[in-house]
Design a protein around this ligand. Structure first.
Ligand code: TRP
Length: 340
């Protein structure tokens, strides 16, 4: 009996993150940490989605810096340009091109049903079409590379469902072309609550801390974190199961130390301030290598540019093939059809 020694082909995964500058704790715990480890087992493509960012109407002068700072964060946490394709969406024009082509197979009703659209739309008197069409561009990001799986948070499940519908509809109309991409949602992580203990961690809400923050800044942010509201006095016994600070400890310490914190909190052997101090110190220690690597790249912007250019070249090579195939199938390579 012969056994095949050829390694199984790695699954291709794609994911994107909006550029809002340096990554924060929520980006790290909810996405980046997982992306780094996925590099072991998958063929990975990581994208900074600046074409998406313009739909939320930020300052155009800041956007390039937000892109650069997020790229530095990607490299600082250990996304590896040798193993993964790391690039900026606007460097590969095929994303917006495929998004246009997908307009042909996307019902407006499906877009209007997206909960994220409904939430965002409330903030506008006149809703920009880009807010409605946002998930079409997301589908284009993923399908341009025929990605088989996409690591995302629970909040993106509906957009992934739409991506799958677009792929199915395209395949049925124009012939088998795209995979039906699987969402990889890490149930264990769930929603990372902000330091306010109320909303999802986000930079715009100011309830998080940058992954590259210095130790004193980490402490300044973490000391404001909301703990068990019923623990008013230092002598009151705490309830780790309802405390958001305790739930953050889980990510930064081993099981044994965690059990110790749990016990001391219940027994009121440590107070909330002390507990937050331990958390801040652990975050600062865990992220120290990120700060070092970020300092290296910040001092060498050309190296970051080169990494992103190299990534864009590799992305373009795949994207161009898909666009060619899609255009042909949609009848948009008219020259080929007209003989002399
Ligand atoms: N919409 C995603 C978010 O806000 C970002 C994103 C854009 C994305 N394109 C993507 C995520 C493709 C996964 C795959 O988080």
């Amino acid at each position: 009996m012969t056994e095949s020694t050829a390694p199984a082909r790695r699954k291709r995964v794609f994911s994107g993150m909006q550029p809002s500058g340096e990554a924060h704790l929520g980006n790290y715990l909810g996405a980046l940490r997982r992306w780094v480890s996925m590099q072991e087992d998958y063929d990975c493509i990581w994208c900074i989605v600046d074409d998406h960012a313009i739909t939320s109407g930020g300052d155009p002068r800041k956007l390039p810096h937000h892109v650069f700072d997020l790229a530095v964060s990607f490299l600082a946490v250990g996304l590896d340009p040798e193993r993964s394709i790391i690039f900026v969406q606007s460097d590969v024009h095929e994303h917006t091109e495929l998004a246009w082509l997908f307009n042909a197979v996307t019902p407006v009703g499906d877009l209007e049903r997206m909960t994220q659209y409904k939430d965002k739309a409330q903030r506008f008197e006149s809703i920009p079409a880009g807010i409605l069409n946002y998930p079409i561009l997301q589908a284009a990001d993923i399908l341009l590379y025929k990605a088989e799986a996409v690591p995302v948070g629970e909040d993106q499940r509906q957009h992934l469902e739409l991506t799958r519908d677009i792929a199915r509809r395209f395949n049925a109309t124009y012939g088998e072309t795209f995979p039906i991409t699987e969402p990889l949602i890490d149930e264990k992580v769930g929603r990372i609550l902000g330091l306010d203990g109320e909303a999802k961690m986000s930079k715009s809400l100011g309830n998080t801390v940058g992954i590259l923050a210095e130790p004193d800044e980490i402490w300044a942010r973490v000391r404001t974190a909301v703990t068990d509201p019923q623990r008013v006095r230092r002598t009151d016994p705490g309830r780790p199961e309802v405390c958001n600070v305790f739930s953050l400890h889980k990510h930064f310490t081993d099981a044994e130390t965690l059990a110790e914190i749990d016990r001391k909190c219940r027994a009121a052997e440590i107070g909330c301030v002390e507990c937050k101090r331990i958390l801040a110190d652990n975050i600062a220690d865990n992220f120290a290598p990120f700060r070092d690597r970020a300092a290296y790249y910040k001092a060498r912007p050309k190296e970051v540019r080169d990494v992103l250019e190299h990534g864009a070249q590799r992305a373009r090579a795949i994207a161009a093939d898909t666009i060619d195939e899609v255009r042909a199938k949609m009848g948009l390579r008219w020259r080929d059809a007209i003989s002399d």
